[in-house]
Design a binder for this molecule. Structure first.
Ligand code: ADX
Length: 597
């Protein structure tokens, strides 16, 4: 029995262009929807209703999130990912696109290319989707006129020309009446091409463009006879038993190979496969088995599309997800355009496509996108919300490791801090301006001095007069202010000091970044929970009254957000005296730095 080839298709298009109807038609005419469902739902004549009804996904006329549909035709199993056409859901489409063999872009013949259609097209091309099929829909509504179809086809080619691309697949359809969907229509004699489904059948998942063979390990299986078997999709130019392969920088050999459950002696093309290696070695999910050495990098340049409504800020923590690989990362540079020596920005906004430098927390195996799209595509996820915020493709690895290389120091921070007889730690105080952070830091410092505990203070206002004097109070500048302070705090902590920081640090994402830089074990978040009214009545620097008069833009608590910590190590309130509060922090510090002694 030959295994089914799984062919992944994503559908996209602007809302109202009839995408749901087209997909329902595809399922219907390939016999993939059961007839009893047809009888109860099909009568309404609204095919899209039928599809939505299948998953009870109806939501104000638009589908939300990604829906998966399957149909078998022409010896293949089609996996259709339907992403919604509504503007704010572009990211679902992008996420789906990242793993697709082809994209069906639905366009209403009467409406032509809308700005959203263009955006979806750009995203697909950026993600290296090699096959894009344009379905010019609602041909029935215009009496199947060739002239109207030609006009839209021209628009498409013009837009593609700008992007340096061409398209062979443009098909006029009526999804409502099933014309040109699975079989050629008799109503459009002027169209000599294939139906939509025939076009999909004709697209080969060819492996010719792979000049190498590789498999990304998706699953590791222990086998009863001992040893392990590695499962994943094999992209093979030609792979034979006994052939030398590289795994995690080491040479190994193919001992056994299975394709679709059957043992084989060689393999080519794109197939689900499992492999046994000659020598046992440490191999994990996400690793590559390749017939040529693959570089390991943690820094690379890439073009990304930002998809979240809130901007992406340089330096903040993100999650890099590519297949089974998941690594923490941050954007270290954001360029103002896709070209060479462009200026730099501090943030990237929704639907912007920009070149950025990504820095990953650990090295991963990389190949530039131009060689192997499957290894170059990734999505960026906000670790706080688990939402996809961006997608991209690796342009080229920076190989920073060759230029700037960390020296392998023999002396370790732990040893150096032992001189002081304590473990270093960062006490990160957050709260509104005037909440009493600096005053508290001062009081704690006096106590620590009395107890002969080596420590130091990093105070927002003081730092802004020195190291951070180039920074203002935009979200981007605050983020950079916090990043630099966290980096310095980390160095001081590693020298064994207790570091008291006093920064407003109003946003969770930035405090998370500070924690990631410093390390969760040594980062103690303390929320100075003084109510806004109290801070405002204190107004030690007269800033609140100025802010209320509109003289200070982005003033925290007045016209800029403060996000309270969710689970601080300690919350300080005005119910207790300064002395009591300082004593509490002091005791938390002592517990932390002498732990385990
Ligand atoms: S943070 O947001 O980047 O962490 P930081 O703690 O360094 O802020 O600086 C806050 C101090 O700057 C406040 O205590 C206040 O004295 C002063 N300041 C001036 N403008 C602003 C503003 N727009 N928002 C908050 N603080 C401001």
């Amino acid at each position: 029995l030959k295994p089914f080839e799984i062919f992944r298709v994503t559908s996209a298009g602007s809302v109202d262009d009839g995408k749901s109807t087209l997909l329902a038609r595809l399922l219907l005419d390939t016999g993939s929807i059961k007839t009893d469902l047809l009888e109860s739902n099909g009568k309404s004549g609204n095919l899209a209703d039928l599809l939505d009804g299948l998953d009870s996904e109806r939501n104000q006329g638009i589908t939300i999130d990604v829906a998966h549909r399957f149909f078998d035709a022409g010896g293949r199993r089609y996996h259709l990912t339907d992403s919604p056409g509504h503007e704010q859901y572009t990211r679902n489409m992008a996420t789906a696109c990242a793993g697709s063999d082809a994209l069906i872009l639905v366009i209403d013949v009467q409406a032509g290319m809308k700005s959203q259609t263009k955006l979806h097209l750009d995203i697909a091309l950026k993600l290296g989707v090699r096959n894009i099929v344009f379905a010019i829909n609602k041909m029935d509504a215009i009496n199947y006129r060739k002239k109207d179809f030609d006009r839209v086809a021209e628009q498409i080619q013009e837009h593609l020309k700008v992007l340096d691309s061409v398209c062979e697949y443009i098909v006029p359809v009526s999804s409502l009446l099933g014309e040109n969907v699975t079989v050629q229509s008799k109503k459009m004699g002027w169209y000599a091409g294939k139906s939509l489904l025939e076009i999909l059948h004709s697209i080969k998942r060819d492996s010719k463009s792979y000049n190498s063979s590789f498999m990304k390990v998706e699953c590791v299986q222990r086998i009863s006879s001992g040893g392990r078997r590695y499962l994943g999709t094999l992209y093979a130019n030609q792979l034979r038993l006994g052939q030398a392969v590289h795994v995690n920088g080491k040479e190994n050999f193919i001992k056994k190979m299975f394709v679709g459950g059957e043992e084989v002696s060689k393999s080519a093309g794109i197939v689900p496969a499992s492999i046994e290696l000659e020598y046992e070695q440490d191999t994990n999910v996400g690793d590559l088995i390749s017939d040529e050495p693959i570089s390991q990098d943690s820094d690379f340049e890439t073009e990304i599309i930002w998809l979240a409504d809130s901007p992406g800020i340089k330096g903040r923590s993100l999650l890099y997800v590519s297949g089974s690989t998941q690594v923490r990362c941050r954007m270290t540079r954001i360029y103002s355009s896709l070209e060479g020596n462009a200026g730099e920005l501090a943030s990237i906004h929704v639907n912007q496509i920009l070149r950025v430098k990504l820095s990953l927390a650990k090295q991963i195996q990389l190949k530039p996108f131009s060689n192997i799209p499957e290894l170059g595509r990734f999505v960026l996820v906000d670790p706080a919300t688990a939402m996809t915020v961006g997608v991209g493709t690796i342009k080229f690895a920076l190989r920073r490791s060759q230029n700037v290389q960390e020296h392998a120091f023999e002396s370790l921070p732990e040893q150096r801090s032992q001189i002081l007889g304590q473990r270093g730690a960062v006490i990160w105080m957050t709260g509104l301006s005037g909440s009493g952070k600096s005053t508290l830091a001062d009081a704690v410092s006096k106590k620590l001095t009395g107890a002969l505990i080596p420590h130091t203070i990093l105070d927002g206002d003081s730092l802004r007069l020195g190291m951070n004097r180039d920074l203002g109070f935009s979200i981007e500048d605050r983020s950079e202010n916090i990043r630099r302070t966290a980096e310095v705090a980390k160095i001081l902590k590693e020298a064994g000091l207790v570091v008291l920081t006093a920064l407003v640090s109003p946003l969770k994402a930035d405090r998370q970044m500070a924690q990631d830089i410093i390390g969760a074990d040594d980062f103690l978040e303390i929320f100075i929970n003084t109510p806004l009214e109290v801070c405002e009545s204190r107004d030690p620097k007269g800033l609140y009254s100025k802010a209320r008069l509109g003289e200070i833009p982005n003033f925290t608590g007045v016209n800029s957000t403060y996000e309270e910590p969710e689970a601080p190590r300690l919350t300080i309130t005005i119910e207790k005296s300064l002395e009591q509060n300082a004593a509490e922090i002091h005791s938390l510090i002592e517990k932390t730095i002498w732990v385990g002694e």
